[in-house]
Design a protein around this ligand. Sequence first.
Ligand SMILES: [Zn+2]
Length: 349
Amino acid sequence: MRSIICPLAPLAGQLVHVVRFTGSRRHLHADNQHKMASPTLKPLKRVGILGGTHGNELSGVYLVKKWLKDKTPVTRSTFETTVCISNPRAVEKCVRYIDTDLNRVFTEENLRADVEIPSDTNVPYEILTARKLNKVFGPMGPYSGTDFMLDLHNTTSNMRNCIILEREEDALTTHLANYLQKLLPCPLFLKHNRPKDGFRLVATVNLAKHGISIEIGPQAHGTLVAEVYQRMEEITHHALDFIEKFNQGHEFPECTVEAHRILEKVDFPRDKDGELTAMIHPKFQDKDWEPLNPGDPIFLSFNGETISYKGDTTVYPAFINEASYYEKGLAFWAMEKVKLTAPTLKVQE
Ligand SMILES: [Zn+2]
């Protein structure tokens, strides 16, 4: 196979693709240690657990179905737990969504139009569903009726026990991540926190004041892998135990965790018509979280050419070859490592 050194992002009409890391790259070093202010938190009284936000991610679907029959395993003494199949029609059809991705529609404008909608209108099913969820768990924002949300997902990527953090300044979720990491390996995926760079918090988990998504893989969509299901169940139980300990007055000393924060979305190489011209390279497949260095192979063209990563620093890839991201123009996320430091956490009675 011929090897060509090639950067990542598409230039229209060319087989060879160039990616330049933008914006955030410049403050990579200045900004990779984040220390947050001391939180004052009341007890968490209401916790939501969602499965089936993506209807074909079956670990969460079947865990929630089980807990709907018997809530004992997710019941704790200090808070009320609400379990819910969040996208029921997508679950029924075993598809990711019916009209649009539910996990991207929680915007103020979608939720604000809170009026009765005639059934013959063309509003996407997931926007109607988001409004229903907002009534049950919201209203989305700082005054939400839900204190904490766990949203259960699977990925076809080798992401292992990935915990997705929405906000880097949330001391509660940072302490939860630290608690989980002491019990089992849980890599942290941190969404970008700078709205000016075009990232918005639009996921279902944002319905609550705090929350995490649990993203376990690899598991093909529409299938169940027993040990993936068991890992998701175990992490959910640990997360509920953490909230119980917090409510009971346990003091969590200052902690620092290592997270991976989004730097850049990297698409597959495509031709001028948008057709794929390459696949994930065999040497890159399943290498989520492992360092990707300049010159390492990332794509293999349909003609057998290796396309290598051309950047000037090491990055850490995540969601490599996730099936549902092909339509989103995403071959993998390039991430940077950051440290999050949270001050001592203790409930304020
Ligand atoms: Zn999902």
